[in-house]
Ligand binder design. Structure first.
Ligand SMILES: *[C@@H]1O[C@H](CO)[C@@H](O)[C@H](O)[C@H]1NC(C)=O
Ligand SMILES: *[C@@H]1O[C@H](CO)[C@@H](O)[C@H](O)[C@H]1NC(C)=O
Ligand SMILES: *[C@@H]1O[C@H](CO)[C@@H](O)[C@H](O)[C@H]1NC(C)=O
Length: 204
């Protein structure tokens, strides 16, 4: 009698721990969340970007598009894998928050939570041996805000990226625009991506 219900709970539980497995499903999740429009990007992924957050104890949290992650599990820095026929690299990874300070009034969006290049594909693990342009910043959605959409995008790296002067580690992370940056440095459209929803830490 309770079997259908149990089955759906199990399916949900499995979905919650698994990484993205289909570019089509990722694309749908991005559109359902309005991310292509809100980020002014063309999002037609041809590969999967796997983002994993190491945890102090236990296995890492591996994202799938739209997963809710408790803020205290997002200290990072995350590790990245690419799944798909994308070649050896180099690649650029960008992480942006289009919902700052709140999704209703995102006056400081996008916040640049990570921007790094020179990632190379080492049997799907993305490895870079040069400093990031912007090191990973843990999500800090303000108290009272709904969850923010922290969005990870993978691009093929252009020759222009290495010499770009638009952003460096001293540039404000606020009011970044990944679409504008991508066009300035000729990154083209993202080839993969995923996103997580992170709400403010519960206050006691
Ligand atoms: C995102 O796009 C939706 C639909 O176009 C719009 O209603 C919403 O205001 C946008 N939000 C942000 C944060 O840009
Ligand atoms: C995060 O907080 C929850 C609830 O307080 C706790 O169960 C969990 O262990 C914490 N995780 C980390 C990584 O600190
Ligand atoms: C970001 O830049 C694009 C041009 O690439 C522009 O269409 C869009 O309005 C900009 N977004 C914001 C939030 O300024």
């Amino acid at each position: 009698m309770y079997l259908p219900r149990l089955t759906s709970v199990l399916t949900l539980a499995l979905a919650a721990v698994g990484q993205d497995v289909s570019t089509r499903a990722v694309e749908k999740a991005f559109f359902a969340a309005n991310l292509p429009a809100n980020l002014s990007i063309v999002f037609k992924p041809t590969a999967l970007l796997e983002v994993a957050f190491p945890q102090a104890t236990g296995p890492p949290i591996v994202l799938h598009a739209g997963i809710h992650v408790p803020r205290n599990g997002t200290a990072g820095p995350p590790t990245f894998h690419v799944v798909g026929d994308v070649g050896p690299g180099p690649f650029v990874v960008a992480t942006v928050d289009p919902d700052a300070p709140t999704p209703q009034d995102p006056t400081s969006a996008q916040i640049r939570h990570f921007l790094g290049g020179n990632f190379f594909n080492h049997g799907s693990l993305l490895v870079n041996n040069t400093p990031a342009v912007s090191n990973f910043l843990q999500p800090t959605p303000p108290a009272g805000s709904p969850a923010h959409r922290y969005t990870f995008l993978l691009f093929h790296q252009s020759p222009e990226f290495a010499t770009q002067m638009f952003v460096d580690s001293a540039t404000s992370v606020a009011n970044f625009n990944i679409s504008l940056f991508a066009s300035e440095v000729d990154l083209g459209n993202p080839i993969a991506g995923t996103f997580m929803l992170v709400a403010p830490e519960p206050t006691t």
